[in-house]
Structure formats: structure tokens, C-alpha cells
Design a protein around this ligand. Sequence first.
Ligand SMILES: [Zn+2]
Ligand SMILES: [Zn+2]
Length: 176
Amino acid sequence: MRGPIPSDPRTRFYRSIELSVDGCWNWKLSKGKRGYAQFWMAGAIRIASRASWELHYGEIPGELFVCHHCDNPACVNPEHLFLGTPSDNIRDCVRKGRQRQVRKQFCPSGHPYSDENTYLASSGSRHCRECIKKRNSEWRKYYGRYAPRNKTNSVRRIANCQGQQEGVEGTHEVVG
Ligand SMILES: [Zn+2]
Ligand SMILES: [Zn+2]
């Protein structure tokens, strides 16, 4: 790429990757020890996979690691990344990521998929209760008195119509 270096980290980030056939986003810029991709963001050298997580999902909570499902340390594809606990070392994360039956321990915002915090949809997919609660309260703030206050279908239907009229994306689950 020619021209001045763009200051927007997102633009610089996307210019620094090369798509591979297996879906990995391989980092083209400098790599540190053990092949980990490095990225200059917010005035510091960052591990690019962590920068990728923050650009796509937001802040990494606490001391959590960003781990690779694909076992490719140069990869920064957010869909190949997951969060691991501080007690896991990086090798461990990779090993866990390879075992498909081991499920992610944290939602993208870093809340634990514990029994209490996991809402199991009828489709079998898991949702983070903490995030649902947060989404619902943000939604209530936005819609004020039109927000659903209980689980009855009529209220939910009206709420959904509102959402469509206002151009709000996605469905809004009402839980708990
Ligand atoms: Zn990958
Ligand atoms: Zn969550």
C-alpha cells in the first residue's frame, strides 16, 4: 500500500492481513517471539490477536488470554480467537481450542459461561445472561415506556415492530 500511514487503527489493521485458504488472517507485519503478530495501537506495541479482539469485540476483561482455535499464532481472525483464563498458558489454550468438544468458557465480553449465567436457547445455542440483561436494559433506555416489561407475546410483538420501524438490528430476547 502506498500513501501516508492511516491513523485509524482499524484501517491499518485490515491492511496488515493476508487471507489464507483455511480462513486464517495471516499477519504480514512484524512478528515477535514465538511468531506472535505485533501491532502498534494506542501508543504501544500490542500482540495483534489481542488488538484484533479489542477492535472486533471490545475490551479484554481482566487478565484473560486471547487464544487461537486454529493453532496459528500469526492469525488475527476474530472468529478463530477465544478467551482463556489466566491459569491456562498459551499452549494449553491451543490444545483446548483444538478439542472441539471443549466449549468456550467465556462470552465475547468475557462473562463466564457458568450454569447461572448461561441461557440455553431451544435451538441448543448458548447465550450469556449478563449480556442479554445489558442489551435489554440499553434497549429499555432507548425505547422508554414502549419497552417490554414482561414476557407476554403481545408485548414482545409490539416491541419487535418498534424495533423494525426504528431500524434496530437483531432480535431482542427477554429473559429473567
Ligand atoms: Zn486462524
Ligand atoms: Zn456476556
